[in-house]
Every structure is written in structure tokens, then in C-alpha cells.
Design a binder for this molecule. Structure first.
Ligand code: CDP
Length: 230
């Protein structure tokens, strides 16, 4: 886009793939597969917001107390790797997906101190690795607006609810209502709302198979990195 970026030889430019979209759109499945195909590491940034929520609940910090949560996040250790998620050394892999965390995560994600801290950690993660695939709500808009490729992965609320129920169980109508409400909060918050990034490719996975979605993204990333498009 800028003169500076277009002069950088494509081979040395770090490849960053930004995948955003609403709850349950298939971002994790797609993101992991894209990372594998491109030989990059993958970061689920939603797990980081969930980890902070878990830390607050575990320590009895009220999730709406912005000051107390800001203090908590500054000192919180979050480790995410192939073994799972640990918060201050405690295994939280299963708990961060549970109902309690899911119901409180929007309040934590609306806290600007939490966002600033996690965005800094996400950028450091990419710099340490020289690239990566990141999935979340604000990757293409805030964290890496100059990403090699920006994808907005979505699907109808019904399809998203059905997928979530297939993974986690529950009642489809209830799960649909809960994800529509979480999307509303994510899309209307003041700090880094969920919106399509400028230049993002919108992929509706409602009627597309995972392989087709992954093929499209990989082809797009390869085209952009060989053209040096940022
Ligand atoms: O997996 P699911 O789609 O249910 O959500 P997630 O990716 O685990 O993210 C959980 C919550 O974290 C979202 O509803 C957002 O409130 C927040 N989040 C965020 O604000 N920014 C991100 N980059 C990632 C997640």
C-alpha cells in the first residue's frame, strides 16, 4: 500500500494473516488449517480474553470493576500452547470455554486497559515469530491493520448456533440467542468494536466447506505475499 511496504522484497516481509468475525463462524478451524498450510503459528486471541475473564472470576475480581480488572491483567500470566491454556500456572483449557466465562467475557473485552495489554502481547507474539495467523475481533482493524491478508469470516446466526451445539451441546435456540447477544455487545462497544476491516475479504461459511474456505484464504495470502501487497 505505502511506498515503503511495496519496496520491501516479498521474501523478507513477515506474513501476518488476520482472521476476524462473529462468534462460532468457524474462525478457529479455518485459522488452524490456514496456519498449518502456510507453515505459520496460530494464535486464538479470544482465548486470551477468556483467560483474563477466568483469572478475574477465580480471584473474585468483579468483571465490571474496570480499575480492579486493569490491575489484574497487568500482572496476569497467560500461556497458550499446544497443551492448552494456563492462567497464572493453573490449567484453564476447559474452564475458559464454560458458561461462566462465556457470560462474562464481553464485559472484560470492553475494558480498554485489558485490550491495550492484550494487543501489546499479541504484537510481541508475532514479532518473536516473524509472522503468524491470528484470529479474533479486532486483528485486521487494530492489532495488524497492515496484515498480509485480512479475512472476515461469518455465517448466519442459525448455522453458527448449530455448529456450537454440535461441539459443546445445548439447545440451539438458546445458544443462538446467546451468540446474537454477544455479537451485539462486541459490535457496539466503544473500544475496537467488531467491524469488517478496510480491505478485508468477507467469507460466508454458511454453505461452504472448510476445505474450500481454507483453499481460498491460502491462495489469497500467497498471491498477496508474492505481490508484496500489504
Ligand atoms: O469462540 P467464540 O467465537 O465464542 O469467541 P472467542 O473468539 O473465544 O472470543 C470470546 C470473546 O472475546 C468475544 O466475544 C469478544 O468479546 C472477545 N474478543 C475480543 O474482544 N477481541 C478479540 N480479538 C478476540 C476476542
Amino acid at each position: 500500500m505505502s511506498d515503503h511496504v511495496s519496496r520491501v522484497p516479498a521474501a523478507t516481509a513477515p506474513v501476518v494473516v488476520a482472521i476476524d468475525g462473529p462468534a462460532g463462524a468457524g474462525k478457529s478451524t479455518v485459522g488452524r488449517a490456514v496456519a498449518r498450510r502456510l507453515g505459520l503459528e496460530y494464535l486464538d486471541t479470544g482465548a486470551m480474553y477468556r483467560a483474563v475473564t477466568y483469572g478475574a472470576l477465580r480471584r473474585g475480581v468483579p468483571v465490571h470493576d474496570d480499575g480492579a480488572v486493569a490491575e489484574l491483567v497487568a500482572a496476569l500470566t497467560i500461556e497458550i500452547d499446544h497443551d492448552g491454556v494456563r492462567v497464572d500456572g493453573v490449567d484453564a483449557t476447559t474452564a475458559i470455554r464454560g458458561r461462566e466465562v462465556t457470560e462474562s467475557v464481553s464485559a472484560i473485552a470492553a475494558n480498554s486497559a485489558v485490550r491495550a495489554e492484550l494487543v501489546a502481547r499479541q504484537r510481541a507474539w508475532v514479532h518473536e515469530r516473524g509472522g503468524g495467523v491470528l484470529e479474533g475481533r479486532d486483528i485486521g482493524t487494530v492489532v495488524f491493520p497492515d496484515a498480509t491478508a485480512k479475512l472476515f469470516v461469518t455465517a448466519t446466526p442459525r448455522v453458527r448456533a448449530e455448529r456450537r451445539v454440535a461441539e459443546m451441546g445445548g439447545d440451539v435456540d438458546e445458544v443462538e440467542a446467546a451468540i446474537v447477544e454477544r455479537d451485539r455487545k462486541d459490535s457496539t462497544r466503544a473500544d475496537s468494536p467488531l467491524v469488517e476491516a478496510d480491505g478485508a475479504i468477507v467469507i460466508d461459511t454458511s454453505e461452504m466447506g472448510i476445505d474450500e474456505v481454507v483453499d481460498r484464504i491460502v491462495a489469497d495470502v500467497q498471491r498477496r505475499s508474492s505481490e508484496g501487497v500489504a
